[in-house]
Design a protein around this ligand. Structure first.
Ligand SMILES: [Zn+2]
Length: 312
């Protein structure tokens, strides 16, 4: 009998080794292993009850997470879940500095402390005004050696202090027409100023590996800059923060579905992904889709956290 138990135990052990020893860990990277892919880290807006991380996106190339766009609350956890490493990033791009686009920045940077990053990390985003910090101010507000909230990490920022890994923040003077901001190691990024109430805000176009991904950021869709920036994009990520028919402050800040459709159609984008989904738009997907389809006939998807959109 004992011998039988021993045999059964050995069989069980052996089958565990067969089944489980070679499975990738839960954190293994599964988006963008080959070619270019967009991964949505955060598909929600500022409300926690949408049960989504706030705005954040990764662009992968051949298994490397190379570009991070925005870092809203919850995105640091999603970043870890995606399997990405902070040491892989070539650049961070910010659309603007509302909390739901930037709240996890410090958490991401702190995590990178535990990686073997040896090269600078450029950070680009808008200029400031009376209400919002510029990108340089924003980064110094965290890591500046005198007044930074997390000045115990100032060696990441202050020239002359220890370490090869430095944050390199830059203010982008957003223009009404798309302009190139960054070109390095096969990545080109263009930005254009967009209208988001009184908040300095940018939309971004990222070109790499022969593919183009455009991020509207938060905007009410006014002006010719965004359709120009999005022209012929392989993928256009637009923010579905308000339903059709809103007025007042909400309309001043965000574009309703009809405007998203108008821009996607005018720009002839090849694929549209709707993100920044909020309580006021969740559950209205069919209405949103039919408004958009009046102006745009290409494929349309509603994003969820960690969704992966390969572009090959
Ligand atoms: Zn937002």
């Amino acid at each position: 009998m004992q011998r039988l138990f021993a045999v059964i135990r050995n069989v069980l052990l052996f089958s565990f080794v067969l089944c489980c020893a070679f499975l990738p860990s839960a954190a293994a990277q599964s988006c963008g292993a080959k070619g270019i892919a967009l991964q949505v880290l955060g598909s929600g807006g500022p409300e926690l009850q949408d049960k989504r991380a706030s705005s954040s996106y990764l662009v992968w190339e051949d298994g490397q997470a190379r570009v991070l766009i925005d870092a809203g609350g919850g995105s640091a956890l999603r970043f870890g879940e995606s399997g990405a490493q902070m040491s892989e990033l070539d650049v961070i791009l910010f659309s603007h500095f509302h909390v739901d686009h930037s709240g996890d920045f410090a958490a991401l940077i702190k995590s990178s402390w535990f990686e073997d990053r040896k090269r600078p990390l450029p950070v680009y985003g808008p200029e400031g005004n009376d209400f919002m910090p510029s990108t340089v101010e924003f980064v110094y507000d965290f890591f500046g050696d005198k007044h930074g909230a997390f000045r115990y990490l100032s060696e990441l920022l202050v020239p002359g202090e220890e370490g090869d890994y430095k944050l390199q923040p830059h203010n982008v003077e957003g223009s009404a027409k798309p302009a190139e901001v960054f070109r390095r190691s096969g990545i080109a990024a263009q930005a254009v100023r967009v209208v988001h109430g009184g908040v300095p805000a940018l939309a971004w176009r990222v070109e790499m590996g022969g593919k183009v991904i455009v991020f509207s950021g938060d905007t009410n869709g006014e002006g010719a800059g965004l359709p120009q920036l999005a022209a012929n994009a392989d993928l256009f990520v637009a923010h579905n923060a308000v339903p059709e028919g809103v007025t007042g402050v909400e309309r001043n800040l965000h574009m309703p579905p009809s405007v998203i459709g108008q821009i996607a159609g005018e720009a002839h984008v090849k694929q549209l992904v709707l993100s920044h989904r909020m309580l006021r738009t969740l559950g209205k997907e069919s209405q949103t889709q039919s408004e958009i389809e009046k102006k745009f006939s290409g494929p349309l998807k509603f994003a969820n956290d960690l969704d992966c959109f390969p572009l090959n």
